[in-house]
Design a protein around this ligand. Structure first.
Ligand SMILES: [Fe+2]
Ligand SMILES: [Fe+2]
Length: 248
């Protein structure tokens, strides 16, 4: 895992971040506005709000593995905190109220705390992919340029967060994802997508989005991720096979 590449990326990504024009005229009203307030407030808490760090009991086995690993993980979470800041501006724009906890949020943290850092990282990867679906539907349907601009910024970051997970998994599983891991990945993805739809589906539907649209983003995000992970593993698997053949 080349942590330096990722440190360079996170440093560069702090530049050229056009702030959405939050004071632009606003025209969303009625039921749409009511549902958008609730959805954005929950996302403001969930995407970089709260503790915004690895919380698993054994988190230091990953974050503390080296100074570079620590710096990269911290830079990643700093971007998540930035998402929460952007979402806070969006909550203010729609006249929403901030929240500090929900049952879903508490469950999210309980799972992460309890099941170890590798599972926590998997859960966070799934959340990055599923949230990408949410932001894509929101960007397309919201009908408000500053909120759409916020989605574009967050989506730009999340795309690279997913690449970061691909690189760390390629380093950890050089022969590619095993069958069990792949099943777990698909299962968690669908479960998380349903969870998101249950919490935010009314809002996305009121804006004009559909469950099919959200799920299509999640499924393609998961497929792309697995394809890229397999692509990373292929040269190494071929090298291993060649080494085994020449040794026999
Ligand atoms: Fe995020
Ligand atoms: Fe992220």
């Amino acid at each position: 895992m080349n942590y330096q590449t990722w440190l360079t990326h996170f440093r560069a990504n702090r530049e050229d971040r056009p702030e959405p024009e939050w004071s632009a005229p606003f025209s969303i009203t009625g039921e749409k506005l009511h549902l958008l307030r609730k959805s954005l407030a929950e996302y403001q808490l969930g995407d970089g709000g709260g503790e915004c760090c690895l919380v698993a009991g054994d988190a230091e086995t990953y974050r503390g593995a080296s100074e570079e690993a620590r710096a990269v993980v911290d830079a990643w979470f700093a971007e998540e905190r930035e998402h929460s800041r952007l979402l806070a501006r969006a909550v203010e724009r729609v006249g929403g109220e901030f929240i500090t906890s929900t049952p879903a949020f508490r469950l999210f943290y309980a799972i992460r705390r309890t099941l170890g850092v590798q599972f926590e990282m998997l859960v966070l990867l799934i959340v990055e992919i599923v949230s990408t679906g949410y932001y894509r539907v929101l960007r397309r349907q919201v009908g408000d340029e500053p909120i759409a601009a916020m989605c574009r910024l967050i989506l730009r970051d999340e795309a690279r967060h997913i690449d970061f997970h691909r690189d760390r998994l390629a380093a950890r599983q050089p022969r590619g994802a095993g069958t069990l891991w792949t099943w777990q990945f698909h299962l968690l993805g669908r479960a998380c997508a349903w969870f998101l739809w249950l919490g935010h589906g009314r809002c996305l539907r009121a804006l004009g989005g559909t469950r099919a649209e959200l799920f299509a983003h999640v499924v393609s995000g998961q497929r792309n991720f697995l394809a890229e992970l397999a692509e990373r593993a292929r040269p190494r698997a071929a090298l291993t096979a060649r080494t085994t053949l020449s040794a026999s």
